[in-house]
Design a protein around this ligand. Sequence first.
Ligand code: Z5A
Length: 214
Amino acid sequence: MERRSLFITFEGPEGAGKSTQIKLLKEYLESLGKTVLITREPGGTPLAEDFRNIVKHYQGEEPLYPATELLLFEAARAQHTRYVIAPALAAGTIVLCDRFADSTEAYQGAGRSLDMDFLQQLNNFAMAECKPDLTLLFDLPVEVGMERARARAAHIVDHNDRLEAEKIEFHYRVRDSFLAIARREPQRVKVLDATMSIEELFAAVKVLVDNALS
Ligand code: Z5A
């Protein structure tokens, strides 16, 4: 029998094509008669979107410490899972979430070199019962992702994004960390080559999601 609710997370470096694939997948799933919710992290609730604005764009005089940044991501997640994701899953919805707890491991754990064991405890506390059934990891060389983001930035102005502005070594650590998570949890995390065309990538996404639904 087909499952009703499903929690799918989309991970990978910036510019990997996550948002593009999420939109295509929503259309596909709705054509099958499913109820679908697109959401994102950080964010997904009004309060969590406020935290998003701080972690992405804070420009104040005092430093925003890595510990503070970590707690803001986790605070946003605690709110998002309880207020939006858990009720949606309970109602039988398929939830497509643009980034989730693996991003914290990759960006704050590997990128900012924070304590991984503590971070994983925080991740578990924040996500509570909302564990992803399937994670699609869009893997892309760092330089390609940056180039895509730069090309897009000419149209969508987001010049002061704190994380995008990090040095290239930071983004190398992030990519390696995502791939390490996939090696550790191969059942949940499926790696896709995000250098493929949008259409090729979506064909691969569809196969993985159809499998998860069956
Ligand atoms: N973050 C964190 O540090 N810790 C955490 O716990 C969490 C997040 C949850 C959120 O940024 C930031 O928060 C992120 C990690 C951090 N920062 N960084 N860096 P965001 O939500 O603003 O952005 P993003 O998640 O990094 O995604 P993005 O840059 O918007 O990219 P995307 O969604 O993966 O890609 P896209 O928008 O679908 O496509 C990008 C461009 O490429 C666009 O012009 C497309 O038309 C094009 N594209 C898409 N697919 C293709 C293919 N297949 N080929 C060629 N071109 C393509």
